[in-house]
Design a protein around this ligand. Structure first.
Ligand SMILES: C[S@@+](CC[C@H](N)C(=O)[O-])C[C@H]1O[C@@H](n2cnc3c(N)ncnc32)[C@H](O)[C@@H]1O
Length: 203
């Protein structure tokens, strides 16, 4: 029987697969952060679905980053983040309902949004309630319709919800939420792999 994403990834935190996942995502996240931060000064940062918190710990070393936090629904992922970085800002919350107590200049997310029943609702909430005026959302996903190599992943991972939307659907979610300057990118493309689909928009 398939399980919900928070439980599946909680198991990964317990068996160490979270670290391999972070390594697999590292080169796309590096390119995403370069793109999103190149014109930012003194910014606040949130990683949405932060897993074991590895991206938050990267941001803490950026001189321009004033505050970095991560949120994840898995208590095992957040416990792991805190065990590595006791004083870090990690929140164990379900992002479908979470109302952060502050707003951010940059909201980042890698391989998370397609696990939600209504990703467009979260994108709207990020626009309306999570971002400062002029703030940016950058999202990377490897699971999308045009990337045919990924089509078996839902069966492979045993996750009960994974939306296999085409790129244009994600672009429409950003535009409908009100994001301006919406751009799309493919990072790490190679043979039989379309690369990480990255979307960025500005409030
Ligand atoms: C594929 S993992 C990616 C983790 C991290 N971004 C990384 O690159 O290593 C997806 C993460 O999203 C989290 N997640 C899924 N649904 C969630 C929800 N509704 N609320 C909060 N976190 C959620 C999972 O717990 C998991 O840690």
């Amino acid at each position: 029987m398939k399980k919900d994403p928070i439980n599946v990834f909680g198991d990964w935190a317990l068996n160490g697969r979270d670290e391999r996942m972070a390594q697999g995502h590292a080169s796309s996240v590096k390119a995403m952060l370069e793109l999103a931060t190149k014109d930012l000064k003194d910014f606040t940062f949130l990683d949405t679905g932060c897993g074991n918190g590895w991206v938050v710990r990267k941001l803490v070393n950026y001189p321009e980053c004033q505050y970095a936090a991560g949120v994840d629904g898995s208590e095992h992922m957040i416990a792991k983040a805190k065990s590595i970085d006791e004083s870090g800002n990690y929140f164990c919350e379900d992002i479908r309902q979470w109302e952060p107590s502050m707003t951010f200049d940059l909201v980042h997310s890698m391989e998370v949004f397609y696990y939600l029943e209504k990703p467009d609702k979260l994108i709207q909430n990020v626009f309306d309630f999570w971002l400062n005026p002029g703030g940016k959302l950058i999202m990377g996903i490897d699971f999308y319709y045009e990337n045919t190599t990924c089509h078996s992943w839902q069966e492979d991972c045993g996750v009960n919800i994974m939306h296999l939307f085409p790129k244009k659907t994600w672009i429409n979610f950003f535009k409908k939420a009100g994001f301006k300057n919406v751009s799309s990118h493919h990072f790490g493309a190679k043979e039989n792999w379309k690369g990480t689909l990255v979307l960025m928009g500005k409030k």
